[in-house]
Design a protein around this ligand. Structure first.
Ligand SMILES: Nc1ncnc2c1ncn2[C@@H]1O[C@H](COP(=O)(O)OP(=O)(O)OP(=O)(O)O)[C@@H](O)[C@H]1O
Ligand SMILES: [Mg+2]
Length: 278
């Protein structure tokens, strides 16, 4: 166990006697090195849950237990560029490790590693962060987070404001960072295709209640009740489900994007062989 939420509830006091429950009795165990998706309609409590896990918001009731190990839990929020304050990119990324009490050699090594990992060109390391493009600013924000070598990185809507290429390179980046550091990931997003490329476990919130703690494969198999929430499956899983509904011999219960793609390829190959005949 790495992070353990027990019966976590959050109520926001909006003055008068009106209270709004953002989370109700949420129980989750997050294991080391896991990559998990956090999905649910707008206002379902995703950002609130991330803030509770990051320790930025105290639950109204319930407990958050975090195992005693090295490495912080870091939350990277939507529109991170709004939080830039340093004069240069380097100083911006340096801020986190500096506050971890590391030696200056270690701090420099961390900053260099993080900026290289997010593939920000070296000539941009000494410029003010606000002079960068939106996509470059997101890279700086991500570098700031990973420079702290978090054991868990929490991302809130990381694809907002990114074009398709931006999203694709974020997927590649996150995969690379994970293979280098083994950091756990919990990502809240409205983009199932993006999430499916990186995660295999799925947490589904609806009005502050944890409706499912499952895998992409099982979510696909039992998706009907969730479709009513306006949620979408990853395209690959939708295609596999549709083919199965039409009587094709395919298994839509694929926890990983790479496996789903393999399943689809296999189906297409069989189809071709069927048409061409032996
Ligand atoms: N600081 C706050 N004060 C009062 N109510 C809040 C506060 N933060 C969130 N809420 C309420 O709590 C509920 C959950 O909000 P939250 O931001 O966690 O949802 P979300 O799932 O992240 O939504 P989205 O997909 O739109 O980002 C909403 O009803 C929201 O209005
Ligand atoms: Mg949110």
């Amino acid at each position: 166990m790495e992070i353990n939420l027990e019966e976590v509830s959050v109520e926001f006091d909006r003055g008068h006697s009106f209270k709004r429950k953002a989370l109700t009795g949420v129980g989750i165990v997050l294991m080391e090195q896991e990559a998990t998706a956090l999905i649910g309609p707008t206002g379902s409590g995703k950002s609130t849950l991330l803030r509770v896990i990051a320790g930025l918001l105290k639950p109204t009731s319930g407990r958050v237990k975090i195992s005693k190990k090295s490495g912080p839990i870091v939350l990277s929020i939507q529109e991170p560029h709004r939080g830039f304050f340093a004069a240069t990119v380097w100083e911006e990324v340096q801020f986190g490790p500096e506050n971890q009490g590391l030696s200056s050699a270690e701090i420099s090594a961390r900053v260099e590693w993080a900026l290289a990992a997010v593939e920000l060109p070296v000539e941009k390391w000494e410029v003010p962060p606000f002079l960068l493009s939106g996509g470059e600013q997101r890279r700086v924000a991500l570098a700031s987070a990973i420079a702290m070598k978090p054991r868990f990185l929490l991302l809130d809507e990381p694809t907002i404001g990114l074009d398709r290429t931006g999203k694709e390179s974020l997927v590649i980046l996150l995969k690379k960072i994970r293979s280098e550091t083994k950091m756990g990931l919990l990502i809240a997003s409205h983009e199932p295709n993006f999430l499916y490329a990186i995660t295999n476990r799925v947490l589904l919130l609806e009005q502050g209640v944890l409706r499912a703690d499952t895998t992409w494969g099982l979510l696909a198999a039992r998706f009907q009740p969730f479709a009513e929430l306006g949620l979408e499956l990853p395209l690959l899983l939708s295609v596999l489900l549709q083919l199965k509904a039409e009587g094709a011999q395919v298994n839509p219960e694929q926890n990983m994007e790479t496996e789903a793609l393999k399943e689809l390829r296999q189906f297409l190959r069989k189809e071709r062989e069927g048409v061409e005949g032996p």
